[in-house]
Design a protein around this ligand. Sequence first.
Ligand code: SF4
Length: 347
Amino acid sequence: MKEKKKDIRALTKEQLQDFFVAQGDKSFRGSQVYEWLWNKSAHSFEDMTNISKATRQMMEDNFVINHIRVDQMQRSSDGTIKNAVRLHDDLTVESVLIPTKKRTTACVSSQVGCSLDCRFCATATLKRMRNLNPDEIYDQVVAIDNESRLYFDKPLSNIVFMGMGEPLMNYNNVMKSIEKITSKEGLGMSSKRITISTSGVPKMIKKLADDETKVKLAVSLHSAIDEIRTTIMPFNATFPLVDLQEALEYWYEKTKSRITYEYIVWEGINDTRKDAEALVKFCKYVPCKVNLIEYNPIDDGVFQQASSEATSMYENMLERNGITVTVRRSRGKDIDAACGQLANKSS
Ligand code: SF4
C-alpha cells in the first residue's frame, strides 16, 4: 500500500532543518522552506522559486501542503465578512472578519463542530468531528489578514478564538498556531492582540496561566447562578462556578491580566435583578470587564433577546458597582456570522 504523505507544516523548523541535512543538503534549506511555508504562505512547492527544481520535486515526493481553501466569502451590509473554509478532508469551518473604525478583528474556529453543548449556540448542533491542526487555524488568520488588507486597506489588528469550537479543548494545537501567528516567520503579531474566549474549563485556564502565553482571556459566562448556567451550558454541572472562580483567581494572580466576561441577557432566563446581582458579585472576585452581547436567535424560539430595560438594568447595576461594561451590538447578522451563529449554513 502506498504510504500517505505527511503534511510538511506539521514539522517544526528544527525538524525541517534536520530533514534537509539527512538529504545531504544544508540546514539553511530547511529555514528557507520554513519561511515559504509560514511567512509567505506558499500553497505549493512550485511557488518556492528560490529553491532548485530537483529539491522541489524531492519535497513533492515526500510531503503535501494541506492548505485550506476559502470556498465561499459572504459580505454583510455592515462590512463583516464570513469565510466558509474547506479543509483538506473536505470538512468545513467558518471564520469571520469584523471591521470597525479602529481595528479589524479575526474570529477564528478551533474545532470542526464543538465538544460542548451550549443550548443557545448554533455550533453545538454540529457534533465535534475533529480538532483543527495548527496550520489550519493559522491559515484562517492569514486568509482574513489578506481580506483586511484588500477590503479595508490595513492589516489585521486583533484575533479572537471565538469561532466554532472550544479552544481550550484543543489546547496544544491552538498554542502552536499562536506560536506561528506571533513568530517573525509567521505574522509577527503581538500575543497581547490575541484573545482566547472560553466557556470556562478551569483546569485549562490554569494551564494557560502557567504557560505564560501573554494572551488575553475572555469567558462566556451568561449566568453567575449555577442552576441557571447549567440549564444553558450543561457542562457547568461538571465545572461549576466555584471551580471557575478559583481558576480565574489563579489566572489573575499569575498574569495580572484583566478578564472579559461575555454575557447575553435572555428573556425569562437571566433577566431579573437577582441575576444581575449575582453577576456583580462574581465580578468582584477578579478585575474584569463585562461585554453585554446582543443575542442572535438561532431559530429555535427558546432563547430570545431580553428587553432593552433588562439590558439597561444590568448596565446600570454594573456601573454603579464600578465594573466596566460595554453593550455590544452584534455584527454580520444578515449572513449568520454573529456570535453563536456559526453552523456551516453557507456550505
Ligand atoms: S458557545 Fe462555544 S463552547 Fe459553547 S457550544 Fe458554542 S462553540 Fe462550543
